[in-house]
Design a protein. Structure first.
Length: 190
């Protein structure tokens, strides 16, 4: 099986345009810092503070462009630190997810839902999915070699014409497997 690069997804936020304006002011537009591997997606220079029942995390990066849902992605370790509860979910699955307060430069949001721990997943374009003999929403395993070798189970495949092949793990998962910028994973069919 071909190897696929692994990307580590740290804590970050996605906002609707309406929520972005509540945090940063009317008509606010995100300022791009750098493009991400997924076409059209970028890390902005903008940050927010997220506030849980116990503690806060500052400088949480806002990702762009704006979406049709507001979502804050954290790790399980972040949840323990914040004192917050968040389910493991794929991006966009925010109904009945965790609550969190968000503070921006000009305003605040008290979200009753939107806090998630991102489910590990693989982005694939249709051609790559065909080569790997996988389909959208299928779950596979990912084998990571190295001094902290590990096999991750329950990795969901996401297929879209716009995707660039990449395995996304959160910081807790990546640290447990000793992932660095050169780490790749091998897909294992279940």
């Amino acid at each position: 099986m071909p190897k696929i690069m692994i990307e580590v997804s740290g804590r970050h936020a996605h906002f609707t345009q309406n929520d972005l304006e509540k945090l940063f002011g009317d008509g606010y537009q995100l300022k791009k810092e750098k493009d991400l591997s997924q076409p059209g997606q970028f890390a902005s220079t903008d940050t927010v503070t997220i506030v849980g029942p116990k503690r806060s995390l500052e400088n949480v990066r806002v990702m762009g462009p704006c979406r049709n849902f507001t979502q804050i992605e954290v790790s399980k370790s972040d949840c323990f630190f914040l004192g917050a509860k968040a389910p493991v979910r794929l991006s966009g699955k925010v109904i009945r997810s965790g609550a969190i307060k968000v503070i921006g430069q000009k305003g605040e949001l008290d979200l009753t839902e939107g806090l998630i721990v991102a489910k590990r997943h693989i982005h694939l374009d249709p051609e790559s999915a065909h080569k790997l003999k996988v389909t959208n929403a299928q779950t596979v395993k990912v084998d990571i070699d190295g001094p902290r070798a590990l096999i991750f189970d329950e990795v969901e495949v996401r297929v879209d014409e716009k995707f660039f092949p990449a395995i996304h793990l959160d910081t807790d998962e990546a640290n447990s497997a000793g992932v660095d910028s050169s780490t790749v994973g091998e897909v294992i069919l279940k």
